[in-house]
Design a protein around this ligand. Structure first.
Ligand code: SF4
Length: 311
């Protein structure tokens, strides 16, 4: 019988998992995306209609300004497809926020979105880009035909605009291609630098290593391939108590496309709202009440705490 994640946390910390600080607001602008990647935990795609509306965007800006939240971390789907994306960025910038945008890179080649690399540069936005493998068959197998070539072109374009050379930050995100644990972050980062630099003259700041969470489209993939039980067991057996201090839910709060608050994007997908004693919506955001909140954990949390953890 696998041990519950909650129990593992209490054995390690002597207390339930709680937030230690609230440095970032992670805003999910919606599930619409130009791609349908196999590992996508929000099951984003072109057919998804959930998009953050104007009123919710204003509530996000109000909270950022009122509580001087340091970082706005924008995610999706492809957040750029939300018609209020540019407005949110411009207003958050005026409020003095550091902005991080998570992009799939291929959206730069969609009609009407070709300006994005220059928009990112002009607003000094830190970019965190999905780039799950450094060879074409690996990337295209997970993310769709042609993705590798577009991603390479996009990264070269960003390098030409001062990303990854010390002027503007460019981070890449690695996910294993399937139901495997990730290799060592340091070794993989070194390999990415050597191969992307050597073959494509691409440079970047950091490589983040992220495990595939057993939720959303990846969960369906696990079930279809009969590997669900084995994968969950591997995650549980690789629990690393040292990862608990750095879990992202301890320093951010996630805002869903509809304005609901969650401990993280993963809990959002699972519909795991904050416990009832805390504010539930961005309209009721209260930094003091949310900063030391108790975090709602469940068995998918092993995906954040396995091996070296998801960086
Ligand atoms: S899934 Fe969310 S709540 Fe669970 S450990 Fe990861 S970040 Fe924290």
């Amino acid at each position: 019988m696998p041990k519950k994640f909650e129990t593992r946390v209490e054995e390690t910390l002597g207390a339930p998992l709680s937030a230690v600080d609230l440095l970032s607001l992670q805003v999910n602008m919606g599930y619409r995306c130009n791609m349908s990647c196999r590992h996508c935990h929000v099951s984003a795609g072109p057919g998804r209609m959930e998009i953050m509306g104007e009123e919710t965007v204003e509530q996000v800006l109000f909270a950022l300004k009122r509580y001087a939240v340091r970082t706005l971390d924008i995610t999706g789907g492809a957040p750029e497809l939300n018609p209020h994306f540019s407005y949110l960025v411009a207003e958050a910038k005026k409020a003095g926020c550091h902005i991080v945008a998570r992009t799939n890179l291929t959206v730069f080649f969609e009609k009407g979105y070709e300006h994005l690399p220059w928009f990112y540069r002009d607003n000094d936005i830190e970019i965190t880009a999905s780039f799950p493998l450094y060879f074409d068959a690996g990337v295209d197998g997970v993310r769709g035909e042609g993705t590798f070539v577009k991603s390479i072109r996009a990264l070269q374009l960003l390098n030409g605009l001062g990303y990854g050379d010390g002027r503007r930050r460019l981070n890449l995100v690695y996910n294993p291609p399937g139901a495997q644990l990730a290799p060592s972050q340091e070794g993989l980062e070194e390999q990415y630098r050597r191969l992307l630099g050597g073959y494509h003259r691409i440079f970047f700041d950091r490589l983040y290593v992220s495990l595939n969470m057993p939720i959303g489209r990846f969960k369906a993939h696990l079930e279809e391939t009969g590997s669900s039980e084995k994968y969950l067991k591997a995650l549980e057996e690789s629990f690393n108590p040292l990862t608990l201090g750095g879990l992202m839910c301890r320093r951010l709060i996630s805002v869903g496309w509809d304005g609901a608050l969650y401990d993280c994007d993963f809990n959002q997908v699972l519909g795991l709202h904050l416990p009832g004693r805390y504010p539930q919506r961005i309209a009721d955001f209260d930094l003091d009440r949310l900063s030391g909140r108790r975090i709602r954990v469940s068995e998918h949390c092993y995906g954040c705490a396995a091996g070296q953890g998801s960086t």
